[in-house]
Design a protein around this ligand. Structure first.
Ligand SMILES: NC(=O)c1ccc[n+]([C@@H]2O[C@H](COP(=O)([O-])OP(=O)(O)OC[C@H]3O[C@@H](n4cnc5c(N)ncnc54)[C@H](OP(=O)(O)O)[C@@H]3O)[C@@H](O)[C@H]2O)c1
Length: 323
């Protein structure tokens, strides 16, 4: 079958290790299911893997990809859940299983004609949702959903700041925060992206680092060092930063004086559970939310999509399809 693989890793030239080629058909262990992929979507995670971050060199060659939707061998239309873990080992939450792994880290990922996953790692494709749309939700959108629900501490409408509005998690967070009834402020370095964020429903979009006209309850932080100080300064006393990424660097000043004096919380978040994926799909279907898709092309043309991902100029998901 055709698969998109990481053959070697390079920090400076990640695409040098990318191959789109034929690989052996996967075996299906007991308790696992084969999903014939109809659509898969790219994430920065795939680029990090090619750079040597998060994917151990001794796992190569590795089929890339976390996001997919497709059809099981017994004909069910499904969305693939990318987090492989045992809920019991994580106190009922597989993301907290110390042995948790994401597709394409230990087990072959979704950028292929077929992917094999534990039976619990598929959920029904919502009625009326296309494979291309569904493939956008399991990683960036699930991450944003868990940040805004389980991890935010918000149990009613609040005010949320989303940093780096152009990012995949950030765009999802803007749309979901509005669907959950929050007031949404966001930042971006780019005026066009600020306009696009307003188009997604944000109530206010300001330049990165610009002082906000009001304090917020929660910050959705994926940018890291470049926005951390602004995130801390933007919170009301008792407010909370939920952080799931650090694109611009992992080591800003902690500014502990501000953290304790204003009794702020800093909370980490990663991906989400199978139950959260089901709840997310319910929410987007009920609210009529459609993911922003930047580009759709056949799996065989995956290199072009990776070039676009590496350029970082797009707005929305890059989707690959298997006819
Ligand atoms: N923990 C998890 O489960 C999980 C899941 C998904 C992603 N992630 C991580 O979350 C991060 C975000 O990923 P993503 O794919 O959503 O987006 P991304 O493309 O990595 O970037 C996020 C945004 O950060 C802003 N940004 C980047 N560099 C910046 C800088 N130097 N100064 C100011 N702003 C900067 C940009 O926003 P503007 O251009 O709009 O300013 C960019 O669109 C990544 O590090 C990813 O690995 C984690």
């Amino acid at each position: 079958m055709l698969a998109v693989q990481c053959l070697s890793q390079s920090k400076d030239d990640p695409l040098s290790g990318l191959a789109v080629h034929e690989v052996a058909d996967p075996e299906v262990p007991d308790g696992w299911v084969r999903v014939d992929v109809r659509a898969a979507a790219l994430n920065h995670h795939d680029l990090w893997s090619l750079r040597g971050v998060g994917l151990a060199a001794d796992r190569l060659p590795m089929t890339l990809g976390c996001d997919a939707a497709g059809v099981t061998a017994d004909g069910r239309q499904v969305v693939v859940h990318a987090v492989m873990g045992d809920p019991a080992a994580g106190g009922g939450d597989e993301t907290l299983d110390p042995r948790r792994t994401l597709l394409s880290e230990l087990h072959p990922g979704t950028l292929a004609e077929a992917v094999v996953v534990p039976a619990r790692n598929v959920v029904p494709l919502p009625e009326g949702m296309s494979f291309e749309e569904a493939a956008c939700f399991p990683t960036a959108w699930l991450t944003a959903y868990r940040m805004l629900t389980t991890r935010s501490g918000l149990d009613g409408p609040g005010t949320v700041l989303v940093q780096g509005a152009g990012g995949g998690v950030a765009t999802a967070a803007i749309v979901l925060a509005k669907a959950l009834g929050h007031r949404v402020l966001c930042t971006s370095r780019d005026a066009t992206k600020r306009d696009q964020a307003l188009g997604l429903g944000a109530d206010l979009a300001v330049a990165t680092g610009e002082r906000l006209p009001e304090k917020v309850d929660v910050v959705v932080e994926t940018v890291g060092r470049a926005t951390w100080e602004h995130s801390l300064r933007s919170l009301r006393p008792g407010g909370r930063i939920v952080v799931s990424g650090a694109t611009s660097g992992p080591d800003p000043s902690a500014d502990l004086n501000r953290v304790f004096f204003l009794q702020l919380s800093v909370v980490g978040s990663t991906m989400g559970t199978r139950d959260e994926l089901v709840a997310l799909l319910d929410l987007v279907r009920g609210a009529g939310i459609r993911p922003t898709v930047d580009d759709v092309r056949p799996l065989a043309d995956a290199r072009v999509s990776f070039e676009r991902l590496a350029e970082g100029t797009g707005f929305g998901k890059l989707v690959l399809t298997v006819p």
